[in-house]
Design a protein around this ligand. Structure first.
Ligand SMILES: NC(=O)c1ccc[n+]([C@@H]2O[C@H](COP(=O)([O-])OP(=O)(O)OC[C@H]3O[C@@H](n4cnc5c(N)ncnc54)[C@H](O)[C@@H]3O)[C@@H](O)[C@H]2O)c1
Ligand SMILES: [Zn+2]
Length: 368
């Protein structure tokens, strides 16, 4: 029996379903045939993913009655830009995609964000679906409707909110993902446990070995739970005016660490792993997160093979603080933090005194 879990994202007329399970790629065409669209469609993907998976997806779409056109761009964050968007618009126009056409985003978060942005803007918005192929994309970037590209001035500075019509998370596709990328996705998975669900956190602690070998049942359960949590958070706050901020746990420090290390040195998941451990320690000092919980948080990131600390000097801490001020999540000069009261429960909009931040970042690693 094929293992599939369905998660609803109830956003009234923009509601959609996320399917999570094994071997779903071959069913994508059949699912899309129910969307009441015309036959023209474009698969947007990056070169690495195209090599492995575009053939199977094209075949599935043809069986579903579509005429897929494959559009690829080179893999990597630096191609998530307006130049690539422009060249894709031209190709869509050349192939006469119209308002009834479909865009299929096949790839990691870079592809999902860029293809989703193209779908949000081409002809003032056409339908798109997400076929995420990285763990990060399956649990995070493909859910929630934030799409966009980078400018020279910074990441994700141009974008839109555009919900997909359907998301298909095929766990089988993750088998070819480099282990480092998979571990990086686990940093977001652990985050959902910390911010929302102590039961999920317990399960991740217990089943880490199974997750690391990509046991299908465990992976399907955990990815579906993460999508469910993201769906609940996003539906309370579709356009990010308030409660969606809890998804940024560990990200204020994490983004600053990414910025000062030079983008690309550390994977996003590695930076937010360090960021979440620092946020847990700040939570202990400011809102009473129990020392045992701080310990469990640090250990679970370690068990996932992620870094939890960085060697900070005073100069480096000063650069982190400066980078935090430049981050767009700063309002009115104050840095807003998400802190944890306990595992599974966080508060957002917490202010952290600069001195304490320095103290926590500079503290030596405990012997364990
Ligand atoms: N929209 C959102 O809400 C949101 C949330 C989080 C992150 N993001 C964005 O997501 C992006 C990062 O996404 P990512 O981590 O998936 O990176 P990515 O898309 O660059 O993928 C990582 C690497 O893995 C390769 N790859 C992808 N799938 C593969 C597979 N199945 N097998 C082998 N190789 C594969 C890619 O070619 C790439 O080299 C960032 O641009 C970030 O801003 C967006
Ligand atoms: Zn993140």
């Amino acid at each position: 029996m094929q293992l599939v879990k369905l998660v609803n994202v109830p956003l009234v007329e923009r509601s959609y379903v996320i399917a999570v399970g094994e071997n779903l790629l071959r069913d994508v065409g059949r699912t899309c045939s129910k969307l009441n669209l015309g036959p023209r469609c474009a698969i947007i993907t990056d070169s690495k993913v195209a090599n492995r998976y575009s053939g199977a997806l094209e075949e599935s779409l043809r069986l579903g009655g579509f005429e897929p056109k494959l559009i690829t761009f080179p893999s990597g964050e630096k191609y998530k830009n307006l130049k690539v968007v422009q060249s894709i618009y031209d190709q869509l126009a050349k192939h006469r995609l119209d308002r009834k056409s479909l865009i299929v985003a096949l790839g990691g978060g870079v592809v999902g964000d860029l293809a989703g942005f193209v779908a949000a803007t081409y002809l003032r918005g056409i339908s798109f679906i997400q076929v995420p192929t990285t763990l990060l994309a399956q649990v995070d970037s493909s859910v929630g409707g934030k799409v966009g590209v980078n400018l020279k001035a910074g990441k994700n500075l141009v974008g839109a909110f555009h919900q997909p019509r359907f998301v298909s998370c095929d766990t089988q596709l993750l088998k070819t993902l480099p282990l480092k990328e998979f571990r990086s996705g686990l940093a977001e998975v652990i985050k959902y446990g910390i911010i929302y669900d102590p039961g999920l956190f317990d399960q991740i602690e217990r089943d880490m070995a199974k997750l690391l070998v990509q046991d299908t049942q465990t992976l399907t359960d955990v990815i579906a739970r993460c999508c469910q949590i993201k769906s609940e958070v996003v539906c309370q706050d579709e356009t990010e005016i308030g409660p969606r901020a809890i998804l940024n746990f560990g990200h204020t420090i994490g983004h600053a660490i990414e910025a000062i290390s030079g983008y690309g040195k550390l994977l996003h998941g590695e930076a937010i792993s360090i960021g979440q451990v620092a946020a847990a320690r700040l939570s202990n000092r400011l809102i009473g997160l129990m020392p045992d919980s701080v310990h469990r948080i640090e250990n679970v990131f370690r068990a996932a093979g992620l870094p939890t600390r960085m060697k900070f000097t005073r100069a480096k801490v000063a650069r982190v603080v400066e980078a935090m001020h430049l981050d767009k999540k700063v309002s009115g000069g104050e840095i807003n933090f998400v802190l944890a009261e306990q595992i599974g429960k966080v508060r957002w909009g917490e202010k952290v005194p600069l001195k304490l931040m320095e103290e926590v970042l500079l503290a030596p690693e405990p012997k364990s």
